[in-house]
Design a protein. Structure first.
Length: 362
């Protein structure tokens, strides 16, 4: 049996990378692969250390390195979920170097919308570690182009969406006028513009409502914004929603809105496409690489609540447009389902392992 050490974050919180790590662990295990997950965001021990800035990183880093060392001693290959900033320096780079010392191949699975900004400052340091990795994979052609700019070759392995869990529900004609935003409450995801767009939309659709699923530091500011705009009764803050409850949340929505200012290959967009919900999204980062304007989504400029409201109104009022977007969107989601992604990922593993394991991952 093949043994993989999977290194990455796990929920909570239910962010994109954490959900992808959890899902990949389950899918690989179903392929009769022995998966050992090393969690980069493990709870602090003792718990109160998490409140002490300066030393809490040390209390997480030391056990993390020890867990890496032990897991790498049992694995045939390492799959590392990597991100920009301090996450790279504290968790990704050490994993790469420890795998090198242990003598096992490591695949870097890099994701994150700030890759270009990070590489502009740190490309030399990143390249130094990447030379010790067996392969670099990214989830979108957007990130592939970014890394190519800095002389770092990569291969595209898309994010995986479970098309069996997220299935199309009723037709658009029977859906409520509910707009779902499923992004954490952080500045880069710009939930504030979604609230302003709702205010604009209600001039033509007084019954329109906004459902925001996520948690984060902007929660109080966003609630105050809704109050200031007299939208308290029209904006529902669902808070952090467990992964297993997301299909039911999509079933409540008529449109999925992605108002992000920075993005790569958002899971929320893929899930909405799989669930048969029309998508309106900003045209930032990697989003235009996975959806095409007027084909399987409507794209608008970031921060433009008027354009956002107009796009939402179009979808609500034009049922033929909504049906076309959902049909094409489902096809896009199916291209990111496990049966489509499986062979691409397994070939990466086989190439990393070389001839000695040429029969692996069949």
């Amino acid at each position: 049996m093949m043994r993989i050490a999977l290194v990455g974050p796990l929920p909570p919180p239910s962010g994109g990378m954490a959900n992808q790590t959890l899902q990949l662990s389950r899918l690989l295990s179903q392929e009769n692969i022995d998966v050992e997950t090393v969690q980069v965001n493990a709870p602090y021990s003792p718990a109160w250390i998490g409140q002490v800035r300066g030393i809490r990183a040390l209390f997480r880093l030391v056990p993390y390195l020890a867990n890496l060392w032990r897991a790498f001693g049992r694995a045939d290959i390492v799959h590392l979920m990597a991100n920009s900033g301090w996450s790279w320096h504290l968790f990704s780079a050490p994993a790469i170097w420890l795998a090198r010392v242990r003598g096992i191949p490591l695949v870097v699975n890099y994701r994150g919308g700030y890759a270009r900004e990070f590489l502009q400052k740190q490309s030399g340091v990143v390249a130094l570690s990447m030379k010790r990795a067996a392969s670099l994979v990214v989830p979108s052609r957007f990130l592939h182009q970014v890394f190519d700019e800095f002389g770092l070759p990569s291969r595209v392995v898309p994010n995986i969406v479970d098309v069996e869990r997220f299935r199309p529900a009723a037709s658009m004609g029977g859906r409520p006028p509910v707009i779902l935003v499923s992004r954490n409450l952080e500045p880069i995801y710009d939930n504030a513009t979604a609230i302003r767009a709702l205010k604009q939309l209600k001039q033509d659709m007084p019954e329109a409502r906004l459902l925001i699923a996520g948690s984060g530091p902007e929660a109080e500011n966003l609630k105050k914004l809704a109050e200031d705009m007299k939208l308290q009764s029209s904006v529902e803050f669902a808070g952090r929603v467990p992964t297993e409850d997301m299909p039911a949340l999509y079933a409540r929505a008529g449109i999925a809105l992605n108002p992000s200012r920075v993005d790569n290959m958002p899971n929320s967009v893929l899930e909405a496409l799989a669930a048969g919900i029309p998508v309106v999204s900003t045209n930032v980062g990697g989003v235009p690489f996975i959806v095409e304007h007027e084909k399987n989504a409507l794209l608008v400029p970031p921060g433009d609540e008027v354009a956002m409201a107009n796009a939402l109104l179009r979808v609500f009022r034009d049922e033929s447009l909504a049906e076309r977007l959902t049909a094409e969107g489902r096809k896009t989601a199916e291209s990111c389902a496990w049966p489509s992604v499986r062979e691409t990922l397994f070939q990466v593993y086989r190439d990393a392992l070389g001839e000695k394991m040429s029969g692996a991952f069949q």
